[in-house]
Ligand binder design. Sequence first.
Ligand code: UD1
Length: 431
Amino acid sequence: MDQYAIWGGNPLVGEVEIGGAKNTALPILAAALMTDDTVIIDNLPDIRDINVLLDAMKNIGVVVERRGRHQVKINASQIFTTAIEGNGIRKMRASYYFLGALLGKYKSASVGLPGGCEIGTRAIDQHIKGFRALGAKVRLEHGIIITEAIDLTSAHIFLDVVSVGATINLMMAAVLAEGQTVIENVAKEPHVVDVANFLNSMGANIKGAGTDVIRIRGVKSLHGSEYTVIPDQIEAGTFMMAAAITKGDVTVKNIIPKHLECISAKLKEIGCEVQESDDAVRVFCSKCLKGTQVKTMPYPGFPTDMQPQISVTLGLSAGATSIVRESIFENRFRYLEELTKMGAKATIEGNVAILEGVEKYDGASISATDLRAGAALVLAALAAEGFSTVDHIHYIERGYEDFPEKLMSLGGHIRRVTNAEELKKARLKVV
Ligand code: UD1
């Protein structure tokens, strides 16, 4: 019965340090398998998805040495299979990064069809199309994607949809392929740039990451590297939204403000103050929130991974109507049913949510429906009047390190409880 028990209603105030980016660290760890040399990765978030990925690496013979909570030393020279197995890893979307990394280095890989949050169809046709263009054969057998090649050769690939996963996977598959590969209509997310930088630090020759076209000149081999993962744009955005929704004053530290511009802009639009410095952003908000329109878009647009957090915030723009259009995933409003239990007024029409802002939310027993929605519901509970419980918190723990502890340090009354006695104490505020 692991849950968060939350007494809401007070503003969150203070400073919070942001960790390394989950969606960057995952492909970087997979890419670390592409050299026989030792690789050291720093600023790794200590979260479930990362630990599951590291376990899957150990299972194929990779030597993984944790050096403190946020650093890992990896040596993949003794890999004995390119088949990634195990229940935990099959539940993760990012398992597909082993395909690009292992295909690129060993010319063969097999991974179970990727899982991940249930937010839509989440096809991988663009990954497969790209692998085939590079000369690999790809087939699906009993839910396992198997890909192999005699040799990978350069290709000119045009992605039909802008996909973070396909862009990174194809970049990894192409770095050791002969000749120059060009990938067009690629994703421009900070994670894409960071993975390209990491691969280049290992000796790859990738140009154009962060633009619409990536050019990769194949090299013979990659060497070891020491690399620090960029800060997590979505964790930072979540805490910025925590300031807005609780009418608090939060300084989010150890971030790259450029990556947060679209979030800062929306917060200003709805009446919050946002002050940026070199590696921090302060968000404070004392006035009534205004309504607005949001449409999720690939970077530099408003991220789909921040859609639930801004929606729960807009639900409190009393008297105003907000329109939130989800254009990346088709099933990303399931949490609104939970939010209505707290008094939100939300209707869904296809991929659009219409939020009629209310004065306040009331505490309720709610369930996280996926990772980001779970975090958003926690924010709603922190803003709500009264006591809430949030269950299915395993989703949240996949992607946020020390989430309750960080919120507590800002004055949030949130406890992780594991049994009825702890829940009772949290309800009575005796802990
Ligand atoms: C990654 C992130 C996820 C984030 C998303 C968009 C990881 C582990 N997950 O997911 O948190 O929400 O980027 O920023 O990094 N698509 C296809 N065919 C493909 C690939 C994608 O049709 O082969 C579609 C998807 O269904 C979706 C859109 O393209 O509609 C974007 O998906 P993509 O950018 O690939 O997201 P993920 O890599 O799954």
